[in-house]
Design a protein around this ligand. Structure first.
Ligand SMILES: Nc1ncnc2c1ncn2[C@@H]1O[C@H](COP(=O)(O)OP(=O)(O)OP(=O)(O)O)[C@@H](O)[C@H]1O
Length: 267
C-alpha cells in the first residue's frame, strides 16, 4: 500500500513537470554548447530565456524538442523521452520565421499538421478548438482565406502560433518568435500570447533577446551564460497576471529589468 502510494505520488510529480533536465550536456564535436544544466519546468508555467549570443538558448530548445541529442545527463518531457514526446506531439515549435507554405491560405496552413498526421496514418492529438477557432484566438478572424504574402509579418506569425496549437501541445517552444517585428506589433502579440497561455494552460519556453519582453511575459526568467552555455540564474518575476502594457511603466517592472540587465552584463 505504502509503495503503491509512493509510485502514484512519483507519477503525479512527473506529470506536473513539463520539462526536466538533469546534468544535461550538449556537444557539437569537441565543442560544449551546454554544460551541466539542471532544471525543472513546472507544467503550465511560462519561462522566458535570456542570455548573450551563443550561450545556447536555441540549443536548449532544440535539445528539448529532440532536434539535437544529449551528450550526457537526462532530459524528459512530461516524464517521457524527447523522442516519445515528439512522436506523441506533446510539444510544438514556433521559430522567428513563420515558415508558412506560400501556396496555402492561412487556414490551410493551420490545418497542415492534422493533414500530415492523417496522411501518415498517425493518431495525433487534436485541439478541442477547430482551426477556425484557433485563428480567431490569435485575432485573425476574417483573414482565414488570405495567402501568406497578403498578410503582414505579425499576422503570419499569428498563423504560425495557431498552427502550433492545432495538435493541442502541452509544451510550446518559441525561439524569438517576435524578434523580427516592430515594437507595436510585438506588444500586441505579447498580450495575445498571454491570453492564449491563460486560456489553454500550455507550458511555454520562450527565447528572447529583449529584457522587457522577458519580464513582461515570464513567471520566471532563465538567464544562461556563455562559454560554455550554462545556467546563471532563474529569476522569479513576481508581477501579477493578467499583465497590461502599462505594467512596463511601473517601478517594480523597471527594477526587474535593471536587475536582469546587470546580470546579463556578467554572463
Ligand atoms: N549544429 C551545430 N554545430 C556546431 N555548433 C553549433 C551548432 N548549433 C549551435 N552551435 C554552437 O553552439 C553555441 C550555442 O548556439 P545557440 O544557437 O544555441 O546560441 P544562442 O544563445 O541561441 O545564440 P543567439 O542568441 O545568437 O541566437 C554557439 O557557439 C553555436 O555556434
Amino acid at each position: 500500500m505504502e509503495t503503491a502510494r509512493k509510485i502514484e505520488a512519483m507519477a503525479a510529480e512527473k506529470v506536473s513537470i513539463a520539462t526536466s533536465l538533469k546534468n544535461a550536456f550538449v556537444k557539437f564535436g569537441s565543442f560544449t554548447a551546454i554544460e551541466n544544466l539542471s532544471l525543472d519546468v513546472e507544467a503550465g508555467s511560462f519561462y522566458t530565456i535570456l542570455g548573450p549570443s551563443g550561450c545556447g538558448k536555441s540549443t536548449l530548445l532544440r535539445l528539448v524538442s529532440d532536434l539535437v541529442p544529449i551528450a550526457s545527463g537526462d532530459v524528459s518531457i512530461f516524464g517521457k523521452s524527447t523522442e516519445q514526446a515528439r512522436l506523441a506531439r506533446e510539444f510544438a515549435f514556433v521559430f522567428q520565421d513563420a515558415a508558412l507554405l506560400p501556396w496555402r491560405t492561412a487556414i490551410q496552413n493551420v490545418e497542415l499538421p492534422l493533414e500530415m498526421g492523417r496522411k501518415r496514418g498517425v493518431d495525433i492529438p487534436v485541439s478541442d478548438k477547430s482551426p477556425m477557432e484557433l485563428l480567431e484566438l490569435v485575432g485573425l478572424k476574417g483573414r482565414e482565406n488570405a495567402l501568406p504574402h497578403e498578410l503582414s509579418g505579425g499576422m503570419r506569425q499569428r498563423v504560425a502560433i495557431a498552427r502550433a496549437l492545432v495538435c493541442q501541445p502541452k509544451l510550446l517552444l518559441m525561439d524569438e518568435p517576435f524578434g523580427a517585428l516592430d515594437e507595436m506589433t510585438r506588444d500586441h502579440l505579447n498580450l495575445q500570447l498571454l491570453k492564449i497561455w491563460e486560456e489553454t494552460g500550455v507550458t511555454i519556453l520562450f527565447v528572447t533577446h529583449s529584457i522587457p519582453e522577458a519580464v513582461f511575459l515570464g513567471q520566471k526568467v532563465l538567464m544562461l551564460q556563455a562559454h560554455p552555455g550554462r545556467l546563471k540564474e532563474v529569476v522569479d518575476i513576481n508581477l501579477p497576471y493578467p499583465r497590461e502594457i502599462k505594467l512596463r511603466d511601473t517601478q517594480e517592472f523597471t527594477k526587474y529589468a535593471a536587475y536582469l540587465r546587470e546580470l546579463l552584463e556578467t554572463c
